[in-house]
Design a protein around this ligand. Structure first.
Ligand code: CTP
Ligand code: MG
Length: 222
């Protein structure tokens, strides 16, 4: 079965701020999105990489010959960008991996484990145990405190049999931030695979400062 990777990269990075969306900020001198695309293209298990970007950027991207890498127009929400990616994948039997453009340090080891789990169960994602206690708050007051041992943080790449992803994207409200949660909501089996804490998401400027330090130490080996 083919492995198709969708890298949603059409966000505006409002929490990060600045003049350009965070996925185009450089890490070790190279745009973060390039690091992520290259890392997937270097993986022999990956057949195709589809990258939804803001529509106005499409005309400034040089088309790549062949169909292993393709840029398409993203949507207003992340879920819409992912849905457009799935449409671009076409009518194939595949495992589809969805990976944030702003997680430059994913490892092949975790990625491959998630692919294998999705092949077996239908859907899978890398999970990290929570170190802090999490409270549910309303208006700054604690309403409840879920048992920490039942909580994990969801990372990407999240992998799905393509029919599972099609089903949940069609049924979802359109603003899900995570496909694994959507899959569970609509009754699919979703397997949590051990993730890697270095695979954090660049959300705010301080995350990029940390990423630069890690990159300086490990470069592309990590
Ligand atoms: N994304 C996308 N299309 C959107 C919104 C988000 O493809 N309409 C992508 C982002 O580019 C990013 C990934 O989804 O690679 C994860 O989203 P997030 O970290 O929330 O990025 P932004 O939505 O850009 O940031 P913010 O929520 O702070 O505005
Ligand atoms: Mg967002």
């Amino acid at each position: 079965m083919q492995v198709i990777v969708i890298i949603p990269a059409a966000g505006s990075g409002s929490r990060f701020g600045g003049d350009i969306p965070k996925q185009f900020r450089t890490l070790g001198g190279k745009p973060m999105l390039m690091h992520v695309i290259e890392r997937f293209l270097f993986d022999e298990r990956v057949h195709r990489v589809i990258v939804p970007v803001q529509e106005m950027l499409l005309s400034s991207i040089v088309p790549v010959p062949g169909d292993r890498l393709r840029f398409i127009a993203g949507g207003v929400t992340r879920q819409e960008s992912v849905a457009r990616g799935v449409d671009a994948a076409g009518d194939v039997r595949a495992i589809v991996a969805v990976h944030d453009a702003v997680r430059p340090f994913f490892s092949y080891e975790v990625f491959h484990a998630v692919i294998d789990a999705a092949r077996e169960h239908g859907a899978a994602f890398p999970a990290i145990p929570i170190a802090d206690t999490i409270h549910v708050v309303d208006d700054d007051r604690v309403v409840s405190t879920p048992d920490r041992r039942t909580l994990v943080a969801a990372q990407t790449p999240q992998c799905f049999r393509i029919e599972v992803l099609r089903d949940i994207l069609m049924r979802g409200e359109g603003d899900a931030t995570d496909e694994a949660g959507l899959a569970a909501k609509y009754g699919h089996v979703v397997k949590a695979v051990p993730g890697d804490s270095l695979n954090f998401k660049i959300t705010r400027p301080e995350d990029l400062v940390m990423a630069e330090r890690i990159y300086a130490e490990w470069g592309d080996d990590k």
